[in-house]
Design a protein around this ligand. Structure first.
Ligand code: FAD
Ligand code: EPU
Length: 340
């Protein structure tokens, strides 16, 4: 095997929290052939494995005593098209925002609201990335990959992925046992702009609404994101640490009596989705700092690394936040970030 395997490799530059930890083995693979070679290697077959993208949704809390595999690639192709639609295929290692730019440049609509989400194409289906009124599942067609235990090549169509809010089958039945190698999306050649998200309204109202393009949406979404979320290159973070909880509508009515300014959106099964950031802010925790970690001053859903925080420190801090929210509101927050 002529793939370079690094030992006791620092992952500090490979996670957006900027946690200093190491992997026993680390490898970058550039093709599916290299990936298969690696996975069939008798030495690595029984080793614990972690597939790493951009490390923007991961909190490392300990030394990774196994093999970290990072796929590197920049292949984006148009594989089919007609007058109305185009099917785009992208390799797992492609940077997500590069794919957005590829599509926006060609006026292929559907992912412009997902501009500037950090990370890779291969990770996007894992939690069905979403932002500013759009979710991956709305443009998703299929993906390909390989199971880690028996190296079975599999294709998943959209219906097979069990997509939900920040969820998919890759977080349950296939968790830690599937490497996504390719994703295909169906985008529109006659884009209909999706401008309903509250944060987009002000910037859009400043422009001529009749002449907006998906390029404008990409620019606006990028500006809104830069103004709200801390730059992980400066202050380590992984975006929203928790998911927005869906609570029973009776519970929402009770909360509303106590906190008239709480807002909620009806979701499925008589549930109401509320803002986790709002709960954290109401608990007086926005801007709270403990040691090297804390809640960001501008956004209550973002836990940050102020310097040399250890993963365990951030893990303990998020537990402390969860306990306070559970005691104050009787609501159990669920982590969005993958804690390793
Ligand atoms: P990683 O963090 O490397 O991995 C995440 C998980 O996916 C891990 O379990 C990993 O093992 C698995 N994985 C990665 N690649 C593969 C693969 N090829 N095959 C199988 N498993 C794989 N998310 C949103 O949905 N919306 C947002 O608006 C958003 N904003 C963010 C803003 C900031 C500042 C940050 C830091 C993060 C944000 N995120 C957001 C979270 C994150 O960007 C996404 O979850 C992204 O898809 C993670 O991609 P990644 O390549 O960094 O994945
Ligand atoms: N809010 C507060 N305090 C804050 C921030 C927000 O009370 O400090 C309340 C406000 O009422 C605001 C509402 O929360 O109107 C929603 O805030 P925002 O628009 O920032 O969205 P969010 O629910 O905090 C979600 C996603 C983000 C995504 C944005 C935009 C989750 C867990 N997070 O955040 O995704 O970018 O919407 O669509 O669903 C991520 O997943 O990492 C992520 C950043």
């Amino acid at each position: 095997m002529n793939i370079t395997i690094r030992e006791n490799f620092s992952l500090k530059k490979y996670n957006t929290f900027g946690i200093e930890t190491s992997a026993k083995y680390f490898v970058e693979v550039h093709s599916c052939t290299e990936l298969k070679q690696l996975l069939t290697d008798s030495f690595f077959k029984r080793k614990k494995k972690l597939i790493l993208g951009g490390g923007s949704n991961i909190l490392f809390t300990k030394y990774f005593d196994g093999l970290v595999i990072k796929k590197i690639s920049n292949d984006i192709k148009i594989i089919a098209e007609n007058e109305d639609e185009v099917v785009i295929e992208a390799s797992a290692g492609v940077i997500w925002h590069d794919l957005v730019l590829f599509c926006v440049e060609r006026n292929f609509g559907g992912i412009e609201n997902l501009s500037l989400i950090p990370g890779t194409v291969g990770a996007a289906p894992i939690q069905n990335i979403g932002a500013y009124g759009q979710e991956l599942q709305n443009v998703f067609n299929s993906l390909e990959g390989i199971t880690l235990d028996n190296l079975e090549e599999k294709i998943f169509q959209k219906k097979d992925c069990n997509f939900g809010y920040r969820n998919s089958i890759f977080k349950s039945a296939f968790k830690n046992n599937f490497v996504i190698t390719k994703v295909t999306l169906i985008l529109s050649k006659n884009p209909v702009l999706n401008i309903s998200y509250h944060d987009l309204l002000d910037p859009i109202n400043k422009l001529d609404k009749n002449n907006l393009s998906i390029k404008d949406i990409c620019k606006i979404v990028s500006e809104v994101r830069r103004s709200k979320l801390p730059d992980y290159k400066i202050t380590g973070n992984a975006g929203s640490f928790f998911k927005n909880p869906a609570i029973h509508s009776d519970k929402f009515i009770t909360l509303k009596e106590q906190y008239p300014n709480i807002t909620g959106y009806r979701s499925c099964d008589n549930k109401v989705k509320i803002s986790a950031a709002w709960l954290i802010e109401q608990a007086g925790l926005k801007g709270k700092k403990v040691g090297n970690t804390g809640i960001h001053v501008n956004h209550a859903l973002v836990i940050v690394n102020y310097g040399n925080a250890k993963g365990e420190e951030i893990r303990d801090f998020q537990k402390y936040i969860k306990d306070i929210i559970a005691t104050k509101f009787g609501i159990e927050l669920e982590e969005e970030v993958n804690i390793i």
